[in-house]
Ligand binder design. Sequence first.
Ligand SMILES: C=CC1=C(C)c2cc3[nH]c(cc4nc(cc5[nH]c(cc1n2)c(C)c5CCC(=O)O)C(CCC(=O)O)=C4C)c(C)c3C=C
Ligand SMILES: [Fe+2]
Ligand SMILES: [Fe+2]
Length: 331
Amino acid sequence: MSASIGILLVNLGSPDAATPDAVKRYLKEFLSDKRVVNLPAILWQPILHGIILRTRPAKVALKYQTIWRGEHHADGAPLKRITAEQAARLAAEMPHKVYWAMRYQSPSIESAIEQMHRDGIRHFVLLPMYPQYSTTTTLSVVDEVERSLKAYSGQNIKLTTITDYYAHPSYVKALAESVRSHWAKVGVPNWLAGDKLMVSFHGIPKVLVDKGDPYQRQCQATFDALIAELGIDQQQAHIVYQSRFGAQKWLEPYASPTLKALAQAGTKRIDILCPGFAADCLETLEEVQHELAEEFMSEGGQTYHYIPCLNEHTKHLEQVLTSVIDGVIGT
Ligand SMILES: C=CC1=C(C)c2cc3[nH]c(cc4nc(cc5[nH]c(cc1n2)c(C)c5CCC(=O)O)C(CCC(=O)O)=C4C)c(C)c3C=C
Ligand SMILES: [Fe+2]
Ligand SMILES: [Fe+2]
C-alpha cells in the first residue's frame, strides 16, 4: 500500500525571472487569487491593473535581483531552489516519493499532480510549507490541489492535508536550536542592556482574523512555545508582523515601526528570525535581513543579526518534516 503514497510540498512561488515582465505575471496571478485579496472584482481589478501592475513590477524586480542566483535563471529564486532541495532531501529520509510545486507560477501544482498520478500515486499527502494556517496561503493551496485532482475523480484518490504544524514539538525544538546555535557563534544577547530577540511573521489583513482565520493565534502560539523552549521571557522577545501590503489594517505590531521605536528607546542589538517561512525568500532575505536592518540602524541600533529559516538543514528534514508527515500517515 505504501508504494502508492506520494508527498507533495507546496510553497508560495516566485517569478520565473528577476525581470519586470516576469514579476508582473507573478503579481497578476498572485494578487488575482480571491483567497489573497478578497475585494469585489469591480473594485480590485482597476486598482490591480491600473496602479499595482504598472508601478510595482519594476520596483520588486530590483529587489528580486538582489537575491537572485544567475541573472535570468529560472531557478534563481531562493524559495524555489530551497524547496527543490527540501524535497530531494526528504525523499532520502522517507519510503515515499516526494514532489514539490509552487502555488503561483512554476512548477505548477497541476503539473506535479499529473506527474504523481503517472507515477501511480493514489494517496496524495499535501504539505503546504506554512507552519501556521491561513486562508490566504494554506487554504489557497488546498483549493488548487482539489481543483487539479478533479481530473482524476472516480479513481479512488485519497488526499491527506497537513493543515499546520505551528506547535509541533520537533518544529519548536528546531527553531530553538537554530537560535541557540546562532548565539553560540555570535554570543548571547546582553539582555540587561535591552537587547531583543525579534520573531517576525508575514502579516495578513486584520479583517481576515476577525472573520475567523486562525493565523494570528497560531503565530502567537509558535512564539510562546519558542520563548518557553529557549527559557527566555516576554521582556526579552517580541512578536512582529512584516510585509504589510495595501491600505487596510494588517496584523500588529508592525515590524518596521517596532524596530525603529526599540532603537530610539536605546536597544542596541536585535537578533531576528522568521519562523513562519519554511524557506528563505524575498520577504526574509531582502525585507527582513536588509530593509529592516537599515531601519533599525538608522535610528541608532548597532548590531542586527538575521537568523536564517530552517531551509534544507538536516534537522528540518530529518526531524521536523518527517515527523509532521509521519503524524498523518501513521508509519
Ligand atoms: C494581500 C496581499 C498578501 C497577503 C495576504 C500575503 C500573505 C502571505 N504571504 C506569505 C508568504 C510570502 N509572500 C511573499 C511575497 C509577497 N506577498 C505579497 C502579498 C501578500 N502576502 C506580495 C505582493 C509578495 C511579492 C513581493 C512584493 O510584491 O512585495 C513571499 C516571497 C516569494 C518569493 O519569491 O520569495 C512569501 C514566501 C505568507 C506566509 C502569507 C500569510 C500568512
Ligand atoms: Fe506574501
Ligand atoms: Fe514584502
